[in-house]
Ligand binder design. Structure first.
Ligand code: NAD
Length: 475
């Protein structure tokens, strides 16, 4: 794996340097800008858990970057290399992301230093529940204060344990299910949350390809169909992104990269098949289908393609390898995959980055829908589905009454009331389209803004600043 060079600034500094560039395009008092830029509070906890008869100590963090809107929102990451700096950087990105896509949350993030691959299910449950208890005790979890979600190394299973732990410590809280999002549907989760970040990436890319000026800037033309795509990290975000791009948009997934090797085929790989193989065999080595197995997958980031989608972790494109990247577009599905220094090199080469702060916002957007569902205690669509169907049927009857026959397939389409999944996808699509239009307008109309990232950040900072102003923090 290509590690960032020693002189590369940290993830948090990368985020803050982007903040500084964006802030310079806005009229914000210095003191206020400093306040918005810095993390408001961070809790570090050490706790013991008995595993196989032995006591092990774990260390974790929950950072709140901003609480101009409550609850603060952000995932919990379980990873062997997580640290406070990383958690703070991720919390800051959450603040900007939520503001950008108009999700009314502050920004937060959590991390637990652990290699989840080394523990069985029973041990993971004990560790997760204990970590959740520590956070609940200090008010770092609660439907009105701080609401975690899945991130790298966590998923529905961990969110269910957190919700259940919260419920046992706050039994009278009628809104207890809203204390965490990304839960299984059977436990108050929402249809479409598991795929949400990946589907949001696809909605973002579709909107990009709908605007010829942006596509031209990247040196491409046409739509997503047939575009050659490499995806790094076939986990939650990478898998759904690749699968939807292949199955719904006709894109060609020519490379999939994991930490222990990658698969490459210029004619395209079958995402579903390689993913199933990866899950069963903990990697791509020995895959019997088409594609060449490359043990050091990081070299595949440098292969020629139209779109490179880093969907694993931060700083994978850095000063060391940025000069060799041949992709036309880097679609940042992961958080912070391109370092600040690498961004400058890529810009010089004409590579277009669609920034993380926008592109992976689908997860928190659908988390917002789940939180609303939990607070309103009703599934989306329950009240209006049959009503809408009845109205559409009457409309069809009226049309057919004039002697015009409506084809059966069209009739079924028109008369089908919306399910929760339809509403979730529609809300997500609308959010991603609107945010991209805001970003591109800021980018194309402001001479001092030279990247979509800085355009996105400047919108976000402006909105957060306006919140504080409205609140009366200063006149
Ligand atoms: P995940 O744990 O489900 O998947 C990550 C995948 O990347 C795994 O398959 C892992 O093996 C692989 N990986 C790890 N290191 C790698 C390396 N060096 N090279 C290649 N592959 C590597 O995590 P996820 O939830 O899909 O998150 C991925 C990224 O997306 C993270 O940056 C996360 O912060 C970001 N993100 C996730 C969500 C979400 O809803 N899950 C939302 C927004 C952003």
């Amino acid at each position: 794996m290509t590690l960032p060079p020693d002189n590369e600034v940290s993830f948090k500094d990368s985020v803050n340097l982007s903040f500084d560039l964006a802030r310079a395009t806005l009229e914000i008092p210095d003191g206020m800008a400093q306040y918005i830029r810095n993390v408001n509070n961070v809790y570090q906890v050490r706790f013991p858990v008995k595993i196989n008869g032995k006591i092990e100590t774990f260390i974790g963090w929950r950072a709140v970057h901003s609480d101009h809107k409550l609850p603060a929102k952000g995932g919990i990451r379980f990873a062997p290399q997580v640290n406070q700096n990383e958690v703070e950087a991720l919390a800051a990105l959450m603040s900007y992301k939520c503001a950008l896509v108009d999700v009314p949350f502050g920004g937060s993030k959590g991390g637990l230093l652990i290699d989840p691959r080394k523990y069985d299910r029973e041990s993971m449950e004990k560790i997760t529940r204990r970590f959740a208890f520590e956070l609940i005790q200090k008010d770092y979890i609660g439907s009105g204060t701080n609401v975690p979600a899945p991130d790298m190394g966590t998923g529905q299973r961990e969110m269910a344990w957190i919700a259940s732990t919260y419920n046992s410590y706050r039994p009278g809280d009628i809104n207890h299910l809203a204390c965490v999002t990304g839960k299984p549907v059977s436990m108050g989760g929402i249809q479409g949350r598991v795929e949400a970040t990946g589907r949001g990436v696809v909605f973002g890319l579709r909107e990009f390809f709908r605007t010829p000026g942006d596509v031209e800037k990247a040196g491409l033309d046409g739509g997503l169909e047939g575009k050659k795509i490499i995806v790094q990290g076939l986990g939650n975000v990478g898998y759904y992104t690749a699968k939807i791009l292949q199955e719904e948009d006709g894109a060609k997934i020519i490379g999939v990269l994991e930490y222990n090797g990658g698969l490459m085929d210029p004619n395209g790989l079958n995402v579903e098949e390689v993913y199933r193989y990866k899950v069963d065999n903990q990697g791509f080595e020995g895959y019997p289908g088409n594609g060449e197995f490359v043990p050091d997958s990081s070299v595949l980031l440098e292969e020629e393609c139209d779109i490179l989608i880093p969907a694993a972790m931060e700083a994978v494109i850095n000063q060391e390898n940025a000069g060799r990247i041949q992709a036309k577009i880097i679609a940042e599905a992961a958080n912070g995959p391109v370092t600040f220094a690498a961004e400058a090199i890529l810009q010089e080469k004409g590579v277009v980055s669609i920034p993380d702060v926008y592109l992976n916002a689908g997860g928190v957007t659908v988390s917002y829908f789940e939180w609303i569902k939990n607070l309103s205690h009703i599934r989306f669509g329950r009240m209006q589905k049959r009503y809408d169907e009845g109205k559409s049927e009457k409309l069809i009857q009226a049309i057919e009454g004039t002697g015009h026959k409506v084809p059966q397939a069209l009739k079924e389409q028109i008369c089908r009331g919306s399910e929760e999944i339809d509403l979730v996808r529609s809300g997500l699509d609308d959010t991603m389209r609107q945010a991209w239009q805001d970003i591109r307008e800021r980018f194309w109309t402001n001479d001092s803004i030279h990247s979509y990232r800085i355009a996105a950040m400047s919108i976000a900072i402006e909105k957060i600043h306006n919140s504080y102003r409205t609140m009366g923090v200063y006149p």
